[in-house]
Design a protein around this ligand. Sequence first.
Ligand SMILES: C[S@@+](CC[C@H](N)C(=O)[O-])C[C@H]1O[C@@H](n2cnc3c(N)ncnc32)[C@H](O)[C@@H]1O
Length: 279
Amino acid sequence: MPFKTEDIRKAITSLNTFREYAVSPYHERFSFPFLCGTYFAYRKIDVLRIVSIAKAISSNPRYLDVGCGYGDFLEKVREYLPNAVGVEKNAEIFYACSQPKPQFIEISDAQWNIDQGYDVIFVGWMEPGVDYRDRVAAKSDVIITTLDQGLSLNAEFDGHGFQRVASWRTPSWDDVNTEIMNRYYTKISNRIHQDLFKLRTAHNLWYVYCRPSKYNAIRSALLNCARQEILNLPYQHYDFEDVLDECGFKFHEELAIPNSEMQSKARLWEIIFTDSSEL
Ligand SMILES: C[S@@+](CC[C@H](N)C(=O)[O-])C[C@H]1O[C@@H](n2cnc3c(N)ncnc32)[C@H](O)[C@@H]1O
């Protein structure tokens, strides 16, 4: 990171080779996350949670995705919030793919330039060593981050006048990719596969932060989501989520992963509220 045109072209060549052998059209979004998906493996419920948070702030919320890449997640959010926009600093990613840049993505460096205030800012992945929390904190009262444990740091806003409302855990692309490769593209015995399967992990953490004045509204919106998800789950999913189910990353699946703090007891996608009273 950042990716150069040369790197992206090589990745496209590998992707084309992979497509010749792929046993599912949905594997590429996990094996080639930058080109075809995202670095955090999301479900529709993640999108609906983000949308509910934004709608708890305004009926027509201003939403910004910082470091949105090609905008895979942003496009999903825009199905519900059509005015949502993204900022991406690397214009080369569009040229390298000969892909037109959508109007809703602005090429700009969030470290120096976030043009206006937003109701919600989403920071999907912050590169190691990069820290633009001050800039983001100055432009919104609600910030949602995903933090890949051990990789992308500086995604915590507790020290910037924000309170963490809730968090949840999802797999990152490489958690899923490892299992896809072991399961579908590697010749190994069932026994070895089962042993490896038990080692699967999920180290992508979603944090929802807000200024104290927005706390109750955001918390109620997320509580409502948690209730709705239990009732409506079979109807609320994207086709590619079948891969997550097959690979052992089901909604509320419990993994044997050593973790810290409250998340040690969490199941995948389970919302952990910072203040667990009245739940
Ligand atoms: C790992 S990629 C993640 C892309 C997308 N959010 C995803 O999850 O697939 C990080 C992206 O953030 C962009 N980025 C890094 N620093 C940035 C900055 N200061 N302003 C805007 N974009 C930035 C990079 O160019 C890259 O496309």
